[in-house]
Design a protein around this ligand. Structure first.
Ligand code: F6P
Length: 364
């Protein structure tokens, strides 16, 4: 019997448990594989924290948010914090050999890595060092290359849409400009979809840099036409034509240290000053990653997890499970590492949104 490991890496996301469940149940029921869970993503490989997973471990977790295995968006075998030097600086080392030793000692034949681009870059690194891996694409950002959709995205869109709907009542009652900031890093998928779903008046995404004057003009034009409020859906990665991203913090020991955030607060002050309108900003933050996955994500996670287990049983490694043309298929892991899928400027939802009167803060 083959033994495979499964880990969840990067930020948590609705549907992780549904994938773990599908992997374990399919592996045991259909393919006669044994599954071990690795705790806290790559950290569990570095620290040798793994445990066998059986049917009862994955019972009743389909609807649960988060991950029963824990996760980390900092741990990276290529650059792992091993201490602090005399000057107080963090000391990093490549601990790939230690990871491989732990995998050998636990007799894992292969690893299923559930995560976003950081996790896939880590998996591609392990593959290059001889450890067979299979990737499963997770992220609320929906920014992984070669898959039409990642699981978790649809739930986050639903959560953000509900928040925007609620903001609507205050915007209308108080005649205010309300900015709602959403996650997504350098991709505007989440903001575009939630903004369109909730009927936001302005949608600002990283792919279309905005002009402050255009944003203000749209708000003022709405007031002139009797709409004394404006809802602005703004991506954390939105930036002005002549400016840069707003950074919330830098997490030094993370492979992707920059955390974006705060652009809505900057814009809130700028619009209030420039247009003389009353503005408020709301940053949705981690609420977008929480909660039970919607039905679509439970189904997608189940399909992805089952396919990953099937590939492991068939000995087909070093692939990422993806959805293309509405079908589950695979692409080589090496093709997704270190890449991001952003919203194309000719995305049909951009054209449709413009047609119903949405401003993207640009000149067109
Ligand atoms: O990649 C998922 C994500 O939620 C991004 O949308 C966001 O920029 C980032 O993670 C936040 O990371 P952290 O949980 O470290 O604050």
């Amino acid at each position: 019997m083959k033994r495979i490991g499964v880990l969840t890496g990067g930020g948590d996301c609705p549907g992780l448990n549904a994938v773990i469940r599908a992997v374990v149940k399919s592996a045991v029921n259909d393919f006669g594989l044994e599954v071990w869970g690795v705790e806290d993503g790559y950290l569990g490989l570095i620290r040798d924290r793994m445990r066998p997973l059986d049917m009862k471990d994955v019972s009743n977790i389909l609807t649960r948010g988060g991950t029963i295995l824990g996760t980390s968006n900092k741990a990276d075998p290529r650059r792992s914090k091993v201490g602090v030097d005399a000057a107080g600086n963090d000391v990093f080392e490549d601990v790939t050999d230690r990871v491989l030793e732990h995998v050998r000692a636990r007799k894992l034949d292969a690893l299923i890595c559930i995560g976003g681009d950081g996790t896939m870059t880590g998996a591609a690194h392990l593959v290059a060092h001889g450890l067979p891996c299979i990737g499963v694409p997770k992220t609320i950002d929906n920014d992984l290359m070669h898959t039409e959709i990642t699981f978790g995205f649809t739930t986050a869109v639903q959560t953000a849409t509900e928040a925007l709907d609620r903001i609507h009542t205050t915007a209308a009652s108080h005649h205010r400009v309300m900015l709602v900031e959403m996650m997504g890093r350098y991709a505007g998928w989440l903001t575009l979809h939630a903004g369109a779903a909730s009927g936001a008046d302005v949608i600002l995404i990283p792919e279309i840099p905005y002009l402050l004057d255009q944003v203000c003009a749209h708000c003022l034009q709405r007031s002139r036409h009797g709409k004394a409020f404006t809802i602005i859906a703004v991506a954390e990665g939105a930036r002005p034509v002549d400016g840069d991203y707003v950074v919330d913090r830098v997490v030094q020991d993370s492979p992707d240290p920059v955390r974006l955030g705060g652009v809505s607060e900057v814009l809130c002050d700028q619009i209030a000053t420039r247009a003389g309108l009353e503005c408020r900003a709301t940053i949705l933050g981690h609420v977008q990653r929480g909660g039970s996955p919607v039905a679509f994500d439970r189904v997608l996670a189940t399909l992805f997890g089952h396919e990953a287990a099937r590939l492991a049983a068939a000995g087909k490694f070093n692939e990422l499970v993806v959805q293309q043309g509405n079908r589950i298929t695979t692409v080589p892991l090496s093709e997704v590492a270190d890449q991001q899928r952003t919203v194309p400027i000719d995305d049909p939802l951009i054209a449709a949104s413009r047609a119903v009167g949405v401003s993207f803060g640009d000149e067109s």
